[in-house]
Design a protein. Structure first.
Length: 562
């Protein structure tokens, strides 16, 4: 590298920084290194989840790229909570709070050690938005790297994945599978490292971040065990140094238009409901106004094109094999759906990046043409009504039922609802309601994949509706509505439902209503005792500061003018 191109750091320059340098010399730094910018490389490496087990090695690769570009890399770690492992257990309450813990821990480590740049590597649902919130808050040149999707499992010549196992439990309960058959699915579903393999939350957020321009072109699609993924990681180390050289900051990339591109790609690919929660939280950190209604605006004009699980046939690796997210973005851009003038982490605009992107392979079946989409509008719908004055979120990809009206069966815990399903107490036409599981009430807004998958496995995925102020996994499909706001813990109308109340879900009018008068709801409200907020440990802290899901379940409340 020539001297003109070299970037220098002044953080540890001068006599008064001698004590700081003394400690850093013990880490291997020399006189020359003190003038080099310091790049933090943070991964969510963990040995107890396939999504993250390979990320320490990826951190070493990113360091190699940083060092080759003339900067000094330092690897840190942050936490992770794997949703698939925590699902249906008390641990699931820690999943969403982990997003904000990840964000805070990255910001603290990077800012506390005066890093000049950041490479963040994540492989699971909350790693990605957590890293992006931190990137926005630190405000230094940064890039995100996705650990990659898991390869599909295979059983009896059919691709399977983690959601197949959840649904197998429902089939077993319904008498359609034996214990031995469920065990066979369990043992073949997850063959190695990587994020869950359908268009679930991990792959959704990876796609959204690439569409936003904060990860390298093509990188969201590359499988965890592919040579391309290894190149992604090392090249990200080089790219962040180039961002530093050019003075490109996260705020230059994470603009309103960039978020619109992310929403468009999420809608076209049929992404997770969690994308709404996470994109709003990321936008808040980036000082970009983004509301629930913005998602409805894009839902009305962006068609659903991807035939991906959970509601379709294919897994994310199949998308990679026909051109990947870049090919889909190129197709969308050529047809006027994306802003091409957005700056990206390559230093080029999105349009310039897409000039080099592949086209979708001829004859491929994963992405449907615009003339014959899977659905003419987007699959993520925001509902309003007297049951959700501040909004609720439904994913309707693959759902044929346009309107459901039925009696409520109300539960205050997911466990009670699961037991009712296992006991065959839920019948066609019912509306199962699980409440007091929102951001404050959970606390932590747990996902209901175990419950929703059981209903699908029992053949009730569209004949029974499932409502909650909690969340759903990206692997959930069927007639489900989550993120109901205000939540029960905050005194939302869902707190005052009774068994037998008639509830209407209408995806055409985007309504979620209960046939109970306002006067009756007020009478019930006067008699209802809302339980006190949880107050112990990290969940207690979270319950007392977290916002409504309609605001992204954020935990910081700075004003826009700040």
């Amino acid at each position: 590298m020539n001297e003109e191109a070299k970037i220098r750091s002044k953080i540890y320059k001068g006599m008064v920084k001698s004590p700081n340098r003394a400690m850093l010399r013990a880490t291997g730094m020399t006189d020359d290194d003190f003038e080099s910018p310091i790049v933090g490389v943070i991964s969510s490496f963990a040995e107890n989840t396939p999504c993250n087990i390979h990320l320490h090695d990826f951190g070493q690769l990113a360091k190699k790229g940083v060092r080759a570009s003339g900067a000094w890399p330092v690897q840190f770690g942050t936490i992770t909570v794997a949703d698939g492992i925590a699902m249906g257990t008390p641990g699931m309450r820690f999943s969403l709070p982990s997003r904000d813990i990840i964000a805070d821990s990255i910001e603290a480590a990077i800012s506390g050690h005066n890093c000049d740049g950041l490479v963040a590597i994540g492989g699971c649902d909350k790693n990605m938005p957590g890293a992006m919130i931190a990137i926005a808050n630190t405000g230094i040149p940064s890039i995100f790297v996705y650990g990659g999707t898991i390869a599909p499992g295979n059983l009896n010549d059919k691709d399977i994945d983690l959601v197949t196992v959840f649904e197998a439990v429902g089939k077993w309960n319904h008498g359609d599978m034996t214990e031995e058959e469920v065990r066979a699915v369990e043992c073949h579903a997850c063959p190695g490292p990587g994020g869950c393999g359908g268009m679930y939350t991990a792959n959704t957020m990876a796609s959204a971040i690439e569409a936003m321009g904060m990860s390298l072109p093509g990188s969201s699609s590359h499988p965890a065990e592919s040579p391309e993924k290894l190149r992604d990681v090392e090249e990200a180390g080089k790219a962040v140094v180039e961002l530093m050289r050019k003075g490109i900051m996260p705020k230059d990339i994470m603009t309103r238009k960039a978020f619109e591109n992310a929403i468009t790609v999420v809608m076209a690919l049929g992404g997770s409901t969690n994308a709404i929660l996470h994109l709003m939280a990321m936008a808040h950190a980036a000082n970009v106004d983004l509301t629930l209604e913005d998602f409805n605006n894009f839902q009305e004009k962006v068609p659903h094109l991807a035939d991906l699980k959970p509601s379709g046939k294919y897994v994310f690796q199949d998308l990679y094999e026909v051109g990947g997210v870049q090919a889909v973005m190129k197709y969308l851009y050529q047809n006027g759906f994306l802003h091409g003038d957005c700056l990206t982490c390559t230093g080029k605009t999105l349009a310039e990046n897409l000039e080099e992107a592949p086209d979708l392979k001829e004859g491929q079946l994963v992405i449907m043409p615009l003339e014959k989409p899977k659905r003419e509008d987007g699959p993520l719908i925001v509902l309003h009504g007297n049951l959700a004055p501040d909004g609720a979120v439904a994913k309707v990809s693959g759902v044929k039922v346009r309107r459901h009206e039925g009696p409520a069966k109300v539960f205050n815990t997911e466990e009670d609802a699961v037991n009712a399903v296992l006991a065959d107490e839920i019948v066609d036409g019912d509306v199962v309601v699980v409440r007091f599981v929102g951001p404050k009430g959970g606390p932590g807004m747990p996902e209901m994949l175990s419950l929703s998958s059981m209903l699908v496995g029992k053949g009730q995925g569209e004949s029974v509706a499932l409502l909650t102020d909690g969340r759903f996994s990206g692997g959930t499909y069927g007639l489900v509505v989550g993120h109901i706001a205000p939540e029960a813990q905050d005194g939302g109308p869902i707190a005052y439902l009774c068994d037998g109340d008639t509830i209407v879900i209408d995806q055409d009018t985007k309504e979620l209503t209960v046939h109970v008068s306002e006067d009756e709801l007020e009478r019930r409200k006067a008699k209802t005792v809302i339980p006190p907020l949880y107050s112990r440990g990290v969940l207690g802290k979270y319950a007392h500061i977290v916002s409504s899901s309609s605001k992204g379940a954020i935990t910081d409340f700075w004003k826009k003018e700040e």
